[in-house]
Design a protein around this ligand. Structure first.
Ligand code: G1P
Length: 287
């Protein structure tokens, strides 16, 4: 069985749900406490064994490239001031065995199209996809690591899923599964009355490279975009794809409320000032 070594990070989306904050800054660069969303997702991928990271980006997302690049001026200043701890954090965002490359999506034609832009970089091996605006706190078992473990047992495609509110099925890819969690049906953003279940796909996927030939044939679907979900609907006709109800908490950081919740919770867990933050919250709520 081939190892999951490569991951695609589609980051070319416009972030319209988070305007005006995302007018000039990528939504993936918004910080939860002190790290941008994209860094949490990159760390999750690395913890799952990923060694090659491919961002599918656009002209408005240069800050992401800068974040993972070396910043000589900043490093020199931190060195001069003796700020060793923060210097080491800035320097070692990714370990040396991990490589990062970028490919441009020239038109915003949808998630499926974004994934297709990385076809040549993935080649003929199974790979992961991570949507950084879904921040998932899996504790000591990060979500993608859990999925890689299921992949190792089954060799199947794996999608992370969770129960969503019936009224919100039109915000997700919705799956119908059999008793072994194998996906029997998948629909992009169905209306509540048409949804096959309330099991929604969140932004973590492990897929075989066959998905690329299916994406090439995929016509525009929901929202007039080329949808990854529609290519997966074709894939399940021939290949097993399993829905993994992951352990952990997912924050929809593409939404303002989800982002606030993430900041509150990650603030409480922060090693430096978590206790002080919690004390503040308690005083604020009781006072
Ligand atoms: C995308 C996918 C959708 C999935 C969701 C998870 O939608 O198209 O199937 O459920 O991510 O966050 P988006 O949120 O980009 O509209």
């Amino acid at each position: 069985m081939q190892k999951i070594r490569k991951a695609i990070f589609p980051v070319a989306g416009l972030g319209t749900r988070f305007l005006p904050a995302t007018k000039a800054s990528p939504k993936e660069m918004m910080a939860v406490v002190d790290k941008p969303l994209v860094q949490y997702a990159v760390e999750e991928a690395i913890a799952a064994g990923v060694e090659e990271i491919y961002f599918v980006t656009s002209n408005a997302k240069r800050a992401i490239e800068d974040h993972f690049d070396k910043n000589y001026e900043l490093e020199a200043k931190l060195e001069e001031k003796g700020k060793k701890r923060i210097l080491s954090q800035v320097r070692n965002l990714v370990p040396s065995h991990v490589s990062i490359a970028y490919v441009r999506q020239h038109e915003a034609l949808g998630l499926g199209h974004a994934v297709l832009c990385a076809k040549q970089l993935i080649g003929d091996e199974p790979f992961a996809i991570l949507l950084a605006d879904d921040l998932i706190d899996g504790g000591d078992q990060p979500c993608l690591k859990q999925m890689v473990d299921v992949y190792k047992q089954t060799g199947a495609g794996i999608l992370a899923v969770q129960q969503v509110e019936r009224s919100q099925t039109d915000q997700y890819g919705i799956v119908d599964v059999d008793s072994t969690h194998q996906i029997q049906k998948i629909v992009e953003k169905p209306k509540p009355e048409q949804a096959p279940s309330n099991l929604g796909v969140v932004g973590r996927y492990i897929l075989p490279s066959k998905i690329f030939e299916l994406l090439e044939k995929t016509q525009s679907g929901s929202g007039g975009e080329i949808q990854l979900t529609d290519a997966i609907a074709e894939l399940i006709k021939t290949d097993p794809v399993i829905a993994h109800p992951f352990t952990g908490v997912r924050y929809d950081c593409g939404s303002k409320l989800g982002f606030l919740k993430a900041n509150l919770e990650y603030g409480i867990k922060h090693p430096e000032f978590g206790d002080e933050w919690l004390a503040y919250l308690k005083a604020r709520l009781c006072g």
